[in-house]
Design a protein around this ligand. Structure first.
Ligand code: DC
Length: 248
């Protein structure tokens, strides 16, 4: 019997629900391999890879560009709400080793956000509820219309709580420190292993101890411990499962 509810079932909202994008949400601690895994899975499935950490980094850069103190939560979140952040898989002309292209108000900031200063800045701005709220809105907007593999620290429970696939990518502190140390050495950055290990412990403490949306495993998440797996193994596992769930 047609009634108000019946009408709503044929409404625009319903149609949008039917053509909903396929979302793969990945959370996990620093240096668990989320970025590499998410990028490769996205490329295998033809999805957009969304590095949400890049948006926290871009917010720190925005603060610097506009002369806003990173601890000024109200001013920074307002500036973020008026700014455009665009993420895209690198074009052929942009393939210079970057994993993702980040445009901040039209400017290519893909490399500018990869400095130690922006890494520190990102971890400051990420503490603030208003900043997180603005960035979560932007992230949800991207994932509404595009098939995504989105990675970060709050994707499975805050940004995309209804994602078709939720994954918590983990590895021991020692494994993560070894991988990060190796990666730094390969980029010519000579840091002591003990320092890298300590940095990872510190960042875990900050990510998991944050008042707003601390990193945690959510019910229904597939916890993948990558300590004894290669990147290729992990990508294969996730892509196979995604296909089983109807991703492509
Ligand atoms: O993954 P990354 O190092 O690029 O992240 C930069 C900072 O942003 C880091 O301090 C964690 C934080 N972050 C967050 O709080 N929530 C996310 N969804 C992604 C990153």
């Amino acid at each position: 019997m047609p009634n108000g509810l019946g009408c709503k079932e044929n409404s625009k909202e319903k149609i949008e629900e039917i053509i909903m994008s396929f979302q793969i949400a990945i959370d996990g601690p620093v240096a668990a391999g989320k970025g590499t895994v998410a990028r490769l899975v996205a490329s295998r499935l033809g999805f957009l890879y969304v590095d949400t950490g890049a948006m926290y980094r871009a917010s720190a850069l925005l603060g610097k560009q506009k002369g806003i103190d990173l601890n000024n939560e109200a001013a920074l979140s307002q500036e973020i709400s008026h700014s455009e952040m665009m993420l895209r898989n690198p074009l052929l002309s942009e393939q210079d080793g970057r994993q993702i292209t980040v445009l901040l108000n039209g400017e290519d900031v893909s490399w500018m956000i990869r400095t130690e200063e922006m890494s520190r800045g990102a971890s400051i701005v990420a503490q603030y509820a208003e900043v997180r709220k603005e960035l979560v809105k932007k992230q949800q907007r991207i994932a509404q219309t595009t098939h995504v593999v989105m990675e970060g620290r709050d994707i499975t429970f805050r940004v995309l709580p209804d994602a078709q696939m939720k994954i918590y990518l983990d590895a021991s502190v020692e494994t993560r420190a070894k991988r990060r140390h190796q990666e730094l050495l390969s980029r010519g950055v000579d840091t002591a292993y003990e320092q890298v290990y300590k940095d990872i412990e510190d960042r875990d403490a900050r990510d998991m101890g944050r008042k707003v949306d601390p990193l945690h495993v959510v019910e229904g998440s597939w916890v993948l411990d990558t300590t004894n797996l290669t990147i290729e193994d992990v990508v294969e596992l996730i892509a196979t499962k995604a296909k089983e769930l109807g991703a492509v």
